[in-house]
Design a protein around this ligand. Structure first.
Ligand code: AMP
Length: 191
């Protein structure tokens, strides 16, 4: 299996790139943010809980997120591999992912990180907020809080995967096809 963690701060372009990469490599794309939004839309118990965190730009608690991710992976037993988008976001999540994949006799093949300056992120998210309908894209202070949470809780995962020689940083500024190409150069070495 090829299991790619697509990494980067909010607005780095993970979701956009995953849409192209899942077709190109025939991998199952799991975006924890999308699964939460689906649950919010359908007013499930999980959705109601997640919304109280997401709307403030905070992380949904690990236990809830990890259980949900495990269920998503289990739904796709025949997958050739996965693109994880927006997961893991904490060290506990990274450890849970390693354990889950180990139980399936596989592992994270590599982390591809999209590197983009903070002010570009804020600009992109405010622009996206005009059409995304996402409460967490609509307000600059919430956007800045999401970026702050990224540095406080998530950025540490760079070191987690570097220690395993699995970290690959990519310049996340450029045209969409240019960035797909940069990511593909890395994924091609992981197949
Ligand atoms: P995203 O679509 O990846 O930008 O995620 C939107 C929001 O969903 C985040 O700001 C968090 O509130 C929540 N979320 C998504 N993925 C995770 C995760 N792995 N851990 C905790 N919260 C998450």
């Amino acid at each position: 299996m090829t299991n790619v963690v697509l990494f980067g701060p909010p607005g780095a372009g993970k979701g956009t790139q995953a849409e192209f990469l899942k077709e190109k490599y025939q991998l199952v794309h799991i975006s924890t943010g999308d699964v939460f939004r689906y649950n919010i839309k359908n007013a499930t118990e999980l959705g109601v809980l997640a919304k109280s965190y997401i709307d403030k730009g905070q992380l949904v608690p690990d236990e809830v997120t990890i259980n949900m991710l495990n269920a998503e992976v289990d739904k796709n037993a025949a997958a050739k591999g996965f693109i994880f988008d927006g997961f893991p976001r904490t060290e506990a999540q990274a450890e849970a992912l390693a354990k889950l994949l180990e139980s399936k006799n596989t592992e994270v093949s590599g982390m591809v990180a999209l590197e983009v300056d903070d002010e570009v992120l804020v600009e992109r998210l405010l622009e996206r907020g005009k059409t995304s309908g996402r409460a967490d894209d609509a307000d600059e202070s919430i956007i800045r809080n999401r970026i702050k949470v990224y540095y406080a809780e998530t950025a540490i995962l760079k070191g987690f995967y570097e220690k395993q020689d699995k970290y690959h940083g990519i310049n996340g500024v450029g045209s969409i096809p240019e960035i797909t190409e940069r990511i593909s150069t890395v994924i091609n070495t992981l197949l």
